[in-house]
Design a protein around this ligand. Structure first.
Ligand code: MG
Length: 385
């Protein structure tokens, strides 16, 4: 029986993780969960699973819930997330939080000896160096939930890292893959949120539309698999059937294919090195495919992909500044405060505005995050004055 702590339970990855857990009640048990403000979703979850600990964002919500669920111990806020991460009565932390908020709980879970199943890619984008050091020091494991990285992890089984020639990360191109830069000027939030292949949370769907997400995934792959940026390629693959590939030194390419269903990578992160049966409504039927296409990405069209390579290679504070500016700009676009293309402008100018600083402590990271957020907020205020 594997005991899980699930942070971000009400989001897309969180609810699918619970589905995987419910498919295997004899193998997994949820010890605790966190949600933000979606108390209605929390109540649905609590009608299906029994947990010992719950963390919510707001103190008021915690107080109301404490009266309604006397058998559960409640926490609130960022401190509550850390309290859950530090508990010793679980085996694996599933981090499905969105954004920089996911970093500290990951670090604290590692430091208290827990392995991590990571969907919160921002953890590695902003703090990859610190996380890597902590993992080595505490002898724990980090299992990817991101579909591309799960594909690479699966393609690596039975092989050695020194045999890798390059990683090939596939990219669908998101909601606007058929549009020119000119067309992108007037796109709306609802158009951006309509991803052709994947159903995901709002923030990552926007990150997919401008390919910031793919840039993050390059940095994530660099830290997960210890591969140079020059040996990580992105290939456009609009069908989202091949989830990513590894090319070996003998030029053999091993790929992982499947339906675009996150429960597959979630479950693999929970069961590795084993595989369990999984019920999917629509598993991949190869005979129904009309073709698979692969193409080079156009970095003029998607400048945030090029920016992520640049920030990743330089390292230090730059990825954290890039991520923070993107979190603010992404949210501002969703709130219709800025046009779509301004996300790129803000993120690029944030990175260009800051000098390189090494990240040696958590405080360095918090400072870089603050800088990126403030820079982006100022730009947005400028537009809305
Ligand atoms: Mg992905």
């Amino acid at each position: 029986m594997k005991r899980l702590m699930l942070l971000g339970a009400s989001g897309s990855i969180g609810t699918q993780t619970i589905d995987v857990v419910l498919q295997h009640p004899q193998d997994f048990v949820l010890v605790g969960i966190s949600v933000g403000h979606r108390i209605d979703v929390l109540k649905q979850i609590l009608s299906k699973v029994q947990v010992k600990y719950v963390c919510v964002a707001e103190k008021q919500d915690r107080q109301v819930l404490e009266a309604q669920y006397p058998d559960i111990t409640f926490y609130d806020g960022d401190e509550g997330l850390l309290a859950l991460a530090k508990k010793d009565e679980y085996d694996l932390l599933v981090n499905a939080l969105v954004g920089f908020v996911g970093f500290l709980p990951t670090l604290h879970a590692i430091e208290s000896g827990h392995s991590i199943a990571l969907a919160n890619k921002e953890t590695l984008v902003v703090g990859g160096e610190l996380i890597k050091k902590a993992i080595q020091k505490h002898h724990v494991s980090l299992y990817p939930i991101d579909s591309e990285h799960s594909a690479i992890f699966q393609a690596l089984q039975g092989n050695k890292n020194y045999q890798i020639k390059r990683l090939i990360i596939t990219a669908s191109g998101g909601s606007f893959r058929k549009l020119s830069r000119d067309d992108l000027k007037d796109v709306t939030v609802s158009q951006a949120l309509a991803h052709p292949n994947w159903t995901m949370g709002a923030k990552i769907t926007i990150d997919s539309a401008d390919m910031m997400n793919k840039g993050f995934e390059v940095i994530e792959a660099h830290y997960l698999f210890d591969i140079d940026y020059d040996d990580i390629d992105v290939v456009m693959h609009p069908e989202s059937v091949v989830h990513s590939m590894v090319e070996y030194v003998d030029h053999s390419i091993i790929a992982q294919l499947g339906a675009p269903d996150m429960r597959v990578p979630i479950q693999y992160a929970l069961t590795w090195p084993d595989r369990y049966p999984l019920h999917l409504e629509k598993p991949l039927d190869l005979t129904q495919l009309s073709g698979l296409h692969f193409d080079k990405p156009d970095t003029d069209r998607f400048p945030l992909l090029a920016l992520a390579y640049k920030a990743g290679k330089k390292g230090g504070n730059l990825p954290a500044v890039m991520n923070a500016a993107n979190e603010v700009a992404n949210a501002a676009f969703r709130e219709e405060k800025i046009p779509f293309l301004m996300i790129e402008d803000i993120v690029i100018s944030a990175v260009n505005s800051v000098g390189y600083q090494p990240i040696e402590t958590v405080q360095d990271l918090i400072d870089a995050n603050e800088y990126g957020r403030k820079f982006a907020l100022q730009q947005i205020e400028g537009v809305n004055e």
